[in-house]
Design a binder for this molecule. Sequence first.
Ligand SMILES: [Zn+2]
Length: 554
Amino acid sequence: MKAQYLIKTFENERLFQILKYDLLYEIDLENKLFKSEQKILVKNNSNESIAEIEAILYEYLVISSIIIKDFATDKTLNHKYITTQFEDQFIRCEGLEGIKYQLIKIYLEESIKPNQAFIIHMNFQMSAGEIKKSEPKYMWSFVVNPLICYAVEPCSGHYLRVLYGEPSAPFDLTIKYPEGNYSCVPGLLKSTKKENGFIIDHYRSKTPNIPAFSVAPYQKFSKSRNGLGIDFYIYPGLSLDKDLFNSLFHIIQLFYEYFGDNGTKTYKFATVGAFDSTMGGSENKGNAIYFDIKFLNESYMVGICAHEIFHNWNLFYVYFSGDLFEWFAEGGANFIVTWAMEKISNVNVGAHTRKFFINGYIEGEGFNTERSLLNIDKIGGKKDSFVLIYYYGALVWEQLRQKIGDNAFFTGLRQFFRDYGYKNVTYQELFSCLEKETPINVKEYLEPWINQVPKIDLSIASVDYEETRDKFATEIRIKIKSEKNLELITDVGYRTSLEGEMFIKPVTFTKKGEQTVRFESAQRPVFVQIDPFYRVPQVNLENCTWINNGKWED
Ligand SMILES: [Zn+2]
């Protein structure tokens, strides 16, 4: 079987509700042991009786038993099951290789009635040969390697993934591994004990979550400040830039100050993946954040961590669903990174991050998509949808912020998090919080940005100046290419010496075509830039700057 089987299962997610996971993992990599005992409490969430359950598990896990019991009576429900090997394209994003599973079909003698809850109790293990062969690759693989063991992806098959139901659920996860290693698991560490050379950690997540874990002979670096903690679990032999702690404490405190207390006091970060991974990622699973090791010493590591930390507000504190979810979650987290960079460093660092997003949007041709922010979904995502959500989406947030103004925008956002902590929300609650602070109708304002993807290209057509007795009067003609008239809020920047300070003139364009911007300066301008803080999601960054000698620079 090779198809888009898994993607299709997301279309009908309402058959089952996972009520709870109770998972035990025993890991002894040196002795090639990986086994698990899992109890999964499931409810028939449909209006019909169901006699067949489908689930997936990683291809090389060997099932030793499956017992199903009615939850209320503890009566065993007789069944037969068959497993088929199964290969599917990777559902996360283009560029990742496909994944191999076993598809488990369970046929019950007596069907499960609507609302009936039942427990699937299963045991499985991995053979020593497969443990030896398993190599860390990208972070979304399930790896049981002699050095590191991790599984952070909802579909990596390290737990019985019952299909036709949302995989997140409250969980208890107990993990047993040899001393000398550390575990990083989302949730609260309820207990930890030592036993015959092993450590047994018991974690609990009361909020619905993916049961993820990593275990390795990590080095652990911890710091706390003002009641907040940061733990890093880093592969052996590597060092951690101490400035990273400082930057992240700044960011967490900034988020607390602006968006309130989300309940998470310690943020855990763990490296996973291979050094030479071709794809890199990071994932927040509650208070455990996993990232590809290749990011560790990159300059944008702070930004990656800031993005994930913000998910503790916009994914794990308010529960947003429906239209604009991806824009809110991923575009929103990237936008917050650019703002956080401005706050902890300066406007240029924020602008630099936005420029990175615009370049990504241009390279990934996010503007050539059939989709829009309103109807986009990451599942089965092509590269154009990824760049649309993460990059274009962040810039749309930036335009919204410019339109509303910082004061009203952040007051509204703060109120949104205060009012809806641990509650279900949609874009309507978000917009009405913003509208309490501004006369602007947010949905109406956003429509041209979210219903389609406008192709905007700003360029400087000419720069002329006139010298009078004591000043220079400059006139810049700017070309605005776009299919329709759009309100674009940005700036014109100019310098009167190439290394000198940039002077900023805020501008708002409401019409496409040619527009003129005028300013006066004491000295002759030698450098002019349109959109110097990269606030507009342009499809082309050429001809945005002009320098003295008439040459154009990117
Ligand atoms: Zn994210």
